[in-house]
Design a protein around this ligand. Structure first.
Ligand code: EPZ
Length: 417
């Protein structure tokens, strides 16, 4: 197992590049099952989660090739509708094959995803949407078994805003006879990019960027080529690194529009920005101001940046409160940050963070993807040496994070534990 050894590195400068968005690519890979033939996705980084999805698509009968940031998915011979436990247990996003398989093969068996380090994560909204479209769902032997003679357009109301359920329902509904309307749909950029891909393939989806989506059933979809959107969470992680640095840094190849909520909160904390096209230069504050934060569905502040923003607040001059309303138990990083001499107290599901003068290096353990990114940032500002173990979590969603951060002055070494 590998680990990061991190020396204090606040003297950052230069430009750091953002890769394609993992959470936009995962559903788009599954959507390629809907269009028999070879689709090509560009701006695809080399990430463990994307390899896991590629493996799953191959199990289902697709051919997936990857070379230098370009992934081709040939779904002509897809004939087998099962996502086995072995893969779904590794990555919850495997549930994304449910909608496309049901739409294309009229039957799917997908292992029921369990909980994970960030808390209980049900799939009831995914199943409710499939049922509304006419699927019969049985849960048997740990598997979701969905069957439909035909799918018929319907009204689907989501009790809660869910990225995954919105995308899965969209993919199931593209061939449904007649019109489907979705209310309280998620508006995250990853939903929009899936809509863009499906429409490019020939689907008829309107309402992008709003909570009401309308889908008119199509007969067929056709393979396409598309470039993936930049990863707003990776960009946000680098922007927080910039806020913790002593000098300005520039985050390039990002979409500033997707980062509004983070930029707003960082501004409250005292940061300034220069934005030019797809580049954001962050000018760190001389003193970090405390900021209260609630995570919310897009365009609210993303839960996937909560842990990283918490690191910034550990050094603020005063007390801040951070509450994750999306995943109320997503605080595994708190105990680890306290090992680095942060002062964070959990009050029920709210983190009360009392700023300290400095963090101090120690051995800490990564528990999930974003918590790991937070520990890397904390290690970069902590005095002395920090060792972050179990970094396989970070490789799931960040492409060579240590190389990228080292290119702007960080001192991070990957080594075998
Ligand atoms: C996506 O997960 C992301 N994953 C997560 O990123 C991200 O944290 C999350 O959206 C929220 O933005 C991928 O895109 C692969 P949800 P998803 O359905 O779709 C509840 C990362 O670090 N809910 O929007 O699974 C759920 O419990 C990962 O990259 C139900 O109650 O999240 C949560 O409270 C971690 N029933 C809320 O909705 C359901 O059927 C939003 O979850 C589905 C969800």
């Amino acid at each position: 197992m590998e680990r990061f050894v991190i020396e204090e590195s606040r003297n950052l400068s230069g430009t750091i590049n953002v890769s394609g968005a993992k959470n936009a690519i995962l559903p788009v890979m599954a959507a390629c099952l809907l269009a028999p033939g070879k689709s090509v996705l560009r701006n695809v980084p080399s990430l463990i989660d994307l390899k896991t999805m590629a493996h799953l698509l191959r199990v289902i009968g697709a051919r997936v090739d990857y070379e230098k940031g370009s992934m081709s998915i040939d779904s002509r011979d897809v004939c087998y509708g099962e996502a086995p436990y072995e893969l779904v247990s590794k990555m919850r996003a495997s549930i994304y094959v449910l909608g496309p398989l049901l739409a294309r093969l009229k039957e799917a068996r997908v292992s029921f995803p369990g909980g994970c380090a960030i808390g209980t994560r049900p799939v009831d909204l995914h199943l409710k949407a499939m049922e509304a479209l006419g699927a019969k769902i049985n849960i048997e032997h740990g598997y979701i078994h969905a069957v439909a003679d035909k799918l018929v357009g319907a009204d689907i109301y989501f009790d809660k805003s869910s990225v995954g359920a919105t995308i899965n329902a969209l993919m199931a509904a593209v061939f449904a006879e007649g019109r489907t309307r979705m209310f309280n749909a998620a508006m995250e950029p990853e939903v929009d990019s899936t809509i863009d891909l499906l429409n490019k393939m020939g689907a008829d989806i309107t309402g992008k960027g709003s909570t009401t989506l309308i889908i008119n059933g199509a007969e067929n979809l056709f393979p396409v080529e598309m470039s993936m959107i930049p990863d707003r969470i990776e960009a946000g992680t680098f922007l927080v690194a910039g806020a913790l640095s002593l000098n300005p840094i520039t985050v390039a190849n990002c979409e500033p529009e997707h980062l509004r909520s983070l930029l707003d909160k960082m501004q409250e904390a005292g940061c300034e920005f220069e934005i030019e096209g797809d580049r954001i230069t962050v000018i760190p504050p001389a003193r970090i101001k405390p900021v209260n934060l609630l995570t919310l569905p897009y365009p609210g502040f993303p839960t996937d940046l909560q842990a990283q923003f918490t690191v910034l607040m550990t050094l603020a001059e005063g007390v801040s409160f951070v509450e994750d309303t999306i995943f109320p138990d997503r605080y595994m990083h708190v105990a680890e940050l306290n090992r680095l001499q942060a002062n964070i107290r959990m009050e029920r599901n709210i983190a009360a963070i009392k700023g300290v003068k400095e963090l101090s290096g120690a051995e800490v353990m990564a528990t999930d993807l974003r918590a790991s990114a937070a520990l890397v940032l904390a290690g970069m500002v902590a005095k002395g040496k920090t060792v972050v173990s179990r970094i396989y979590h970070i490789d799931r969603g960040y492409d060579r994070i240590e190389e990228k951060l080292n290119s702007i002055g960080a001192r991070i070494t990957r080594e075998d534990a």
